[in-house]
Write a protein that binds this ligand. Sequence first.
Ligand code: NDP
Ligand code: GDR
Length: 359
Amino acid sequence: MKKALITGITGQDGSYLAELLIEKGYEVHGVIRRSSSFNTSRIEHLYIDELIEDMHQKRKVYLHYGDMTDSTNIISLIQNVKPDEIYNLAAQSHVKVSFETPEYTANADGIGTLRILEAVRLLGMIEKTKIYQASTSELFGLVQEVPQKETTPFYPRSPYGVAKMYGFWIMKNYREAYNMFAVNGILFNHESPRRGETFVTRKITLAAARIVQGKQKKLYLGNLDSLRDWGHARDYVECMWLMLQYDKPEDFVIATGEMHTVREFCTLAFEEAGIQLEWQGKGVDERGIDKATGRVIVEVDPKYFRPTEVEQLLGDPTKARELLGWNPRKTSFNDMVSEMIWEDMKLVKNEKYIRCAFD
Ligand code: NDP
Ligand code: GDR
């Protein structure tokens, strides 16, 4: 039985990847952070059995406390688990928040990646352990070429992007210097009903569900003109696994090759929820009006603008399609938006009080 260690298992991608690896027969270990509030809701269904069934027979996932900023913790985790595959998904992953916590973001997202590589090297596990790094389309930032592929030059536009750029290059350097199986998945935005509630897609689907159920009046957004290549997280974690099964360690762009504006996402999500939006105004005056009632339900709030924005991202997944046999569009854009809306409709129906996203 192969063993996998997932950092960031409590996040959107970590939860889908854990499900996939369990299905493939892996013994799955995950790193969780100590938190004063509950942070394991996305993976609850994977370990809940042990509370009601025989703990040893039923266990699907083993959880360990840890943090990407703690080298000794990472070394001892890798030494104890002895994983065949490490998926480094842990990160301060919010681009806007990285402008407010740049040093922490560099530490967790940049140096954190180095800590994993060094642990594997120092423990003499180079031959045994393959490493996947959650790299990002944010490396392309101020876009130099459309669409972006593996050879497109980088130009990150946030402390997050710069931290991830260090992660990218240190993976590549250790691969070349020590012959490690260390690979970067340059993933474009991917979403799902498990997406964090402060990322734009989930913020929109939750708000649409609340507005049609009379639990919220307005949705405030930032840049409606940004263009993103949005795929489904469930489809993307499959590609992470495929990258570690490929016979050579290589980096891959993972994207759909299709892009939409934030405004388009918003229009589609509200339409799915039963509201036809009409857009009026320009720039910070832009408003989304409910055609049926004339009510303004979407407004721009400059508070959500970023000091430097990534205006447009569009990936070219040809390499992943041809070498890994990966299908970038198992889930269509419309089906993904629809799935997110209907899951949020159910969630909001049972919501006792509104949790208000700070950012
Ligand atoms: P999430 O924000 O949903 O999850 C991040 C995970 O990292 C959580 O489990 C979080 O724990 C954990 N984490 C954060 N900081 C630390 C730390 N210092 N030590 C240990 N764990 C930590 O992200 P996603 O699942 O969406 O993304 C997964 C990875 O892929 C991230 O690295 C992200 O930057 C990258 N990425 C994501 C893309 C996307 O569109 N989703 C696209 C490209 C790259 P906790 O639950 O306790 O907060
Ligand atoms: P992004 O995702 O920055 O691309 O990073 P996010 O959903 O936060 O923003 C996408 C675009 O929407 C614009 N936007 C808003 N964004 C947020 N969060 N809130 C708003 O109210 C809002 N209004 C408009 C943003 O300006 C931006 O242009 C995600 C993360 O998952 C990263 O970890 C990952 O590396 C990249 O995707 C690829």
